[in-house]
Design a protein around this ligand. Structure first.
Ligand code: ZN
Length: 244
């Protein structure tokens, strides 16, 4: 007997399978991340044709037979293709960053309403804003998504010994490996000096209050982010960050 599921889902990633099919990683609302096989969907006459563009929001139906591990996509309808995002290479790259992040970090088949809503809000905002703000917006949402995955820098005291840190200095020592600000005694090889404004920006991101991207400082965050991800998220590398 087949178990049939109907749900909304974002397309996170696809790869060709055989001549005319695709494997797709979907972020479903009901069951979190799910891998599906879309048989024959690259044929022009397929009813699935065009539904599996990355970051499309679809209504999908998929099922698993008891004897097979792979889910089969039996139907998909595009709810939103975020066309305006696709008209600019910068916003496309931005959307790819969050898709790659969720592809690599979400556990399979675990509902995650918070992350699903975050991705939806991110894409809706990305389509509305001036594309020159695409990068700060993406970094903002990526850090929020990271926080949702349980990875957030420690900023209130020394991450290692918990001593208070003088907050009047302009530059603050941040250990990428330890994952937070550090006092002089707990220096390591990965310490970078962050501007006070950068640390304030991080505070704002995690407070989840209304933020003004124009007043936030992302350049240093962008610089340390690849190493930070690698250290704190099981050696994860986000290739799409290079094109942001
Ligand atoms: Zn310390």
């Amino acid at each position: 007997m087949a178990h049939i599921i109907k749900t909304k889902a974002f397309v996170l990633r696809t790869r060709p399978f055989k001549e005319s099919s695709l494997f797709a990683v979907m972020f479903t609302r009901k069951n979190g991340k799910v891998d599906v096989l879309a048989k024959g969907c690259r044929r022009p006459k397929s009813k699935l044709c065009g539904t599996l563009e990355v970051f499309n929001l679809d209504e999908i139906i998929y099922y698993k037979r008891e004897t097979k591990d792979v889910y089969t996509l039996s139907d998909a309808t595009v709810i939103d293709d975020f066309e305006k995002i696709r008209s600019n290479v910068r916003t496309v790259n931005s959307a790819m960053v969050l898709c790659e992040f969720f592809t690599k970090t979400l556990p399979s088949e675990e509902q995650n309403e918070e992350a699903y809503t975050l991705l939806r809000t991110f894409l809706n905002t990305l389509r509305e804003i001036d594309h020159t703000f695409a990068k700060p917006l993406t970094l903002y949402y990526l850090l929020r998504a990271l926080s949702g995955a349980g990875v957030q820098p420690h900023l209130d005291s020394c991450v290692t010994c918990r001593r208070a840190i003088n907050s009047n200095t302009k530059k603050i020592d941040f250990s990428v490996a330890a994952g937070g600000i550090v006092c002089e005694r707990d220096f390591d090889d990965t310490v970078v000096y962050l501007d006070r404004e950068t640390v304030n920006t991080l505070h704002q991101i995690y407070k989840k209050t209304d933020v003004d991207l124009r007043k936030m400082r992302f350049d240093e965050i962008e610089e340390i982010l690849p190493d930070y991800l690698y250290h704190h998220l099981n050696n994860t590398v986000l290739h799409s960050l290079k094109h942001l």
